[in-house]
Every structure is written in structure tokens, then in C-alpha cells.
Design a protein around this ligand. Structure first.
Ligand SMILES: [Zn+2]
Length: 258
């Protein structure tokens, strides 16, 4: 009789204070779902919010752990400024453009890696070793496409236009070049200077990379028209989107995307 009473009081207590572990777990799950829902809502409603940026960063880190399909190679960097026009360095412009292209590709769920994603470079201050290391990074990544990004320059400071360097004997490199040019043409951004064959001037990174490789000369810093596109954050993103679409078109042709 006394035992029965004790058990009854314990039951009463549990009821009163809610010690049920299943109910506790359920509460935690519900609260986490509400929190997650709230975070997703914030990231959609306020994409520039710090929390949203963190979520996007985590998501992009996740895609970087996948085998990349594309290696983007912003030319020059660190000790090597590339060409220069009125204090503007090629290395900075091509880094910004390459990062924009990478963002566009990642938005299309195309995993990307970079030979450099800041002004800090992983290679020594030696032009040959510099270019070799880019090829080593690219080959190690096992990506399908390698796209080196540069801006152009002339002695006379009168150049303008967009061109792509590729091996004329490499059908896939030629196709990738054409697909990028077709997408960039849509913008009426600048003169289409077409495809230049490396047979006339060998390019080390294209020779040493073992995947389909091209080098984009995205415009001339010395041209007011080209420069206005490349230095304007909005216009540069529009150009980056078109280059990314050309790269995507090639991945579709190669049947590795979507
Ligand atoms: Zn360059």
C-alpha cells in the first residue's frame, strides 16, 4: 500500500515537472526547426545580412570540398602586378573578375577552385616557378576546365577588346573559347578580337595544365570603355556572369553538368 503510494507520487511529480525525455527532445527539435526557419527566412529576405553571408560562406566551403569542375587562375598576384595603367594593377582587376566568375559558377552549383583567391601567392618570386605552380595546383585538383584570367595591354596604350588564347589544335579548348566569346558578345561590351592561337606565342600555363585550358584577355585597362566595365562592381559582375555561362555551356557539352 505504502509502495503504491510512493509510485503514484513519483508519477505525479513527473507529470508536474515534465521530465518526459521524449517530450524534451521534441521541444528541442521544434525550437531548432524554428531557429533554422528563421535563419533561412533572414537569408532570403536580407541577403546582405551578416548571418546570411555566414550561411553562404559555409555553403560555399562545402562546395569547395567537392572535386572542382573548374579551376580559375587570376593572373599575376603578390610580387607580380602584371600590367599597370594609371596606378591600376592587372593583378587586382583580374582577381576581382575571377572571384566574380567563381561566384557565378557556384550559384549554378558548379564547384570551383582557384590558383589564388587573394593577393597572397603560394609560389616563389620566380616567373617560371610561379606559372608551374599554377599548373600543379590545377592538375592536382582534377578539374575539367582551366581558365586563366588576364587583362591586356599595348605599348601604344590604344588597345581595346576581348580575346581568348587557346591551342588551335585542341578542339575542346577551341570550343570553350567560342562558347565564352558567344556569351560575352551578348553584352556588346567591347570589340570581339576572337581566338588567338598559342602557336604564335606559347603560354606556359596552357602547356603545363593537363585539362582543357584557355586564357582570357578580358579587356584593356588602357581603354576607357573596357576599364569602365572592369572597375565597376556591377558591370564586372555582368561580364563575369557571361563568362561563367560560357564555361557552363562547355561543361554541358562535355556532359559533366548538370
Ligand atoms: Zn597578364
Amino acid at each position: 500500500m505504502a509502495d503504491k503510494n510512493k509510485r503514484a507520487t513519483r508519477r505525479e511529480k513527473r507529470k508536474k515537472y515534465g521530465y518526459n525525455p521524449v517530450r524534451l527532445l521534441l521541444l528541442v527539435v521544434i525550437e531548432l526547426s524554428i531557429l533554422l526557419g528563421l535563419l533561412i527566412f533572414i537569408s532570403i529576405k536580407y541577403p546582405d545580412n551578416a548571418i546570411s553571408k555566414a550561411i553562404v560562406e559555409i555553403a560555399s566551403e562545402y562546395t569547395e570540398t567537392q572535386t572542382p569542375l573548374v579551376v580559375l587562375d587570376p593572373g599575376h598576384g603578390g610580387y607580380d602586378v602584371g600590367s599597370e595603367y594609371m596606378g591600376i594593377y592587372e593583378k587586382d582587376v583580374v582577381l576581382a573578375l575571377a572571384l566574380d566568375i567563381g561566384d557565378s559558377l557556384q550559384k549554378m552549383s558548379i564547384p570551383v577552385t582557384y590558383t589564388r583567391n587573394s593577393d597572397v601567392v603560394s609560389w616563389p618570386e620566380d616567373e617560371v616557378k610561379d606559372l608551374s605552380e599554377r599548373a600543379v595546383i590545377a592538375n592536382r585538383s582534377k578539374a575539367k576546365l582551366f581558365v586563366s584570367i588576364h587583362t591586356n595591354a599595348t605599348e601604344t596604350k590604344t588597345g581595346y577588346g576581348f580575346e581568348i588564347w587557346a591551342n588551335g589544335k585542341d578542339a575542346q579548348a577551341m570550343q570553350l573559347s567560342n562558347l565564352i566569346l558567344n556569351q560575352v558578345n551578348v553584352l556588346e561590351y567591347t570589340e570581339n578580337r576572337g581566338i588567338k592561337d598559342v602557336a604564335t606565342s606559347p603560354i606556359q600555363v596552357l602547356e603545363e595544365t593537363n585539362m582543357t585550358s584557355v586564357l582570357v584577355e578580358a579587356g584593356f585597362l588602357e581603354s576607357e570603355n573596357d576599364r569602365s566595365y572592369l572597375l565597376d562592381d556591377v558591370k564586372r559582375k555582368v561580364l563575369a556572369d557571361q563568362i561563367a555561362k560560357g564555361i557552363r555551356d562547355m561543361l554541358v557539352e562535355m556532359k559533366v553538368y548538370p
